[in-house]
Design a binder for this molecule. Sequence first.
Ligand code: ADP
Length: 408
Amino acid sequence: MNVLVVNAGSSSLKYQLFDTNTETVFAKGICERIGIDGSAIEHKQLVKGLVTSETRPMKNHAQAMSLVVEKLLDKEYGCISSMDEIEAVGHRVVHGGAYFSESVLLTDDVLAKLRLCHDFAPLHTPAHIQGIEGCLAVMPGKPQVLVFDTAFHQTMKPEAYMYALPYELYRDYGVRRYGAHGTSHRFVAGEMLKILGKTEGTRIVTCHIGNGSSISAVKDGKVMDTSMGFTPLAGVEMGTRCGDIDPAIVPFMMEKLNLTPAGVSDLMNKKSGFLGVTSGYSSDSRDLQKAIADGPSNPHHEQAKLAISILKLQLKKYIGAYAAEMNGLDAIVFTAGIGENSTTLREAVLTDLDFLGVDVDKELNAKITRQSNNVKISTDASKVAVYVIPTNEELLIARDTAAIVSAI
Ligand code: ADP
């Protein structure tokens, strides 16, 4: 089935056209600066290996969708000759609240529930709705499926998703842990379960470590706990996000720095993490690795080392905590930009975990490249299998969409 996967962000729209039978991508691209001056599209036709970029006004995501369709139908850069060749659309949705525990076919009721998720993801939800409405406008009648980043985490028990706040905050406002990156955790956990050859009785920790990072405890193929919380600010240190801090620091900062709620949220979401710990040097782990490799002559050396050490320690704590929560550990998976690429971070996290039965093969670990596919980096003697598995959220969205639409 030909499935168009759409990922509508606050000012961008990414897309990929899949053939789900062969799991190949015909075309992909990105519309950027939607609703801002200088909006542009970059479109790649992968069958012929062609790339085209163009600056075109896009006032909203609906206009971006018509441009995407124009490119897909283009005589030179396109890959389909008629809209009928797109059989379904799959949307990535950041937050489905407690309404959605699996991917669903779009209906009026589904759209109404998605609107209710606005407060949980105020930047993303309106963009998703515009992307969906854009598809309804340019492809009327085409089946659309929504795949939620929060859905995989809906198997958590109340003791894992509830905060020790007055219960009314949960009842009246939905304040609880929802988690994020669920599609990525589901994809890599699924690959790991195939490698383990079973689902029942398995205990896996999945580490999605990129610009945004989250860790999940997956027992019997279901999420038991996850590090992100009510919002994607919780958990470990990230590129610009602080992760878990003592909540009392929030009112303290507001008072001392004279910050509004929006101001303190901006500080914790955009000015913290690697960027904050290095006093504004960089949010990109590659820059931090360079400052570390340069040695003390680099003015950012010490703080870069500190920023990376904080993340390493936090990852270790999560692995230990989740192993305790699941009563043991069979596998650890690393994925996303840093998880797939940083040999040193993986090695540091996995060293001195022998009490859990983890034995990393340092040579194998050092050989991994971005092109590597599902590689084992633990020794044969290791009781815990450790793998680097490249994530592919778009493929999972395409698979879910094809499965749901085939069953209509
Ligand atoms: P996002 O969460 O935005 O999808 P990614 O998963 O692409 O982000 O991760 C981005 C992070 O991955 C950045 O910190 C970047 O430095 C890091 N990264 C990408 N390539 C490498 C590499 N070769 N070595 C180390 N880190 C890398």
